[in-house]
Design a binder for this molecule. Structure first.
Ligand code: A3P
Ligand code: MG
Ligand code: MG
Length: 364
């Protein structure tokens, strides 16, 4: 199989010199009717424990305690037990790449029908893309993001394109220079989750490494997608096991107090767009925000975002031709909101992200 797919040196040369561009602007070119997005269906779940080890269970699934009838003024002190928080180490977590999701795929590979009716191994997952939800959120928001760039790497293996996000040098720098206030704001987000979760003692610290993740299957026009997503919790009134979609799940958010018109505009323009994207992609219908209730307003159009994502995924499919687990293509958007460039990186060990333990075992 591999022999058939190996490129001749000439061909490799040709690809390695091509750099292809996908334009973001003018974003109105994406202002056509929204592409079909199939309801995301639940296919499985897993957890990361306090050491970010993969656990094939639901140990970190929490129930969210909320009265849905009204929004109410709450008096949560998000600084409680701050000294007992165990922070997530981004230096470490960025090295995880797709590993946790790939571990889940290996465990649950029968869900991809990787064997035929006689039990013989098949050679594919029958899905176009595998990635984490956060990468799709970032792509959806790209038409409206004019400051931050991104890097996404792609590897095709047995017909499936695996997408992996990398931090840009600018984001790395921001993270390294994070102020104490920024760090605190991040911890407040987790503490809010703690307050909203059933059966917790808020005087105890929390470990930010613990996660519960769902894996969903969906389709955007002719792109079939499987992606993992960390979800905050489920509404115990609605949650039934087994469940076919994520409608019982709830996303929790915090936002700084809205003191000025500028705060308000920024919430509408940027934050709500991100919150909507993140939840829409997994079919989570409800976001609970820790701040005063406000009316919504259209600063961004979901059809533009979905058309952009759809056409970008087609661009990825067109460019990622070589089917080889070690070969990487890089898609990069520079900061200041420019266009997207595709570069062929080949089998560069600094960039390959599909681990051997995955590609050697998945079709066995
Ligand atoms: P907020 O949601 O209140 O902003 P999520 O909302 O995605 O479930 O994430 C929970 C919290 O994790 C966030 O709280 C935020 O504090 C923190 N967080 C999420 N993504 C982050 C990132 N990329 N970098 C730093 N902190 C992040
Ligand atoms: Mg979360
Ligand atoms: Mg949240």
């Amino acid at each position: 199989w591999q022999r058939n797919h190996r490129h001749s040196p000439d061909e490799r040369q040709r690809i390695s010199h091509s750099e292809k561009c996908f334009t973001v602007h003018p974003r109105n070119k994406y202002n056509t009717s929204a592409p079909a997005f199939r309801k995301p269906m639940f296919v499985g779940d897993f957890c990361l424990d306090e050491n970010r080890m993969f656990c094939h269970d639901k140990r970190n699934l929490h129930y969210i305690n909320i009265n849905w009838q009204e929004s109410k003024k709450v008096d949560f002190d998000l600084n409680i037990a701050m000294d007992k928080m165990i922070k997530k180490n981004f230096q470490e977590t960025r090295k995880e790449k797709l590993d946790r999701l790939l571990q889940w795929i290996l465990c649950d590979k029968f869900k991809f029908h990787t064997r035929d009716s006689e039990g013989k191994p098949l050679q594919c997952l029958s899905t176009d893309f595998v990635c984490f939800r956060g990468l799709l959120t970032e792509l959806l928001c790209t038409p409206y993001e004019s400051r931050e760039g991104w890097i996404i790497c792609a590897t095709k293996y047995r017909g499936t394109i695996y997408l992996c996000a990398y931090e840009t040098p600018e984001k790395l720098e921001q993270r390294e220079n994070e102020t104490e206030v920024q760090k605190k704001m991040c911890s407040w987000g987790y503490k809010f989750e703690h307050f909203m979760t059933e059966g917790t003692n808020v005087n105890e610290g929390i470990n930010e490494n613990e996660e519960y993740c769902c894996v969903v299957r969906s389709r955007l026009e002719n792109h079939s997608l499987v992606y993992g997503a960390e979800v905050d919790g489920a509404d115990p009134e609605k949650y039934k096991n087994p469940h076919s979609d994520l409608s019982a799940f709830v996303e929790l958010k915090t936002s700084k107090e809205l003191n000025t018109d500028r705060d308000l505009r920024s919430l509408y323009r940027f934050k709500l767009m991100k919150w909507w994207s993140q939840s829409y992609l997994v079919g989570i219908p409800r976001v609970v925000a820790g701040f005063r209730d406000m009316d919504g307003h259209d600063h961004w159009q979901d059809n533009i975002m979905l058309n952009f994502l759809n056409q970008f995924l087609s661009f990825v499919k067109k460019n990622v031709q070589k089917d080889d687990p070690r070969t990487v293509y890089k898609f990069e958007r520079q900061k200041q909101g420019g266009d997207i460039y595709c570069t062929y990186l080949g089998q560069d060990p600094a960039w390959t992200f599909l681990p051997k333990w995955y590609y050697e075992k998945i079709f066995q």
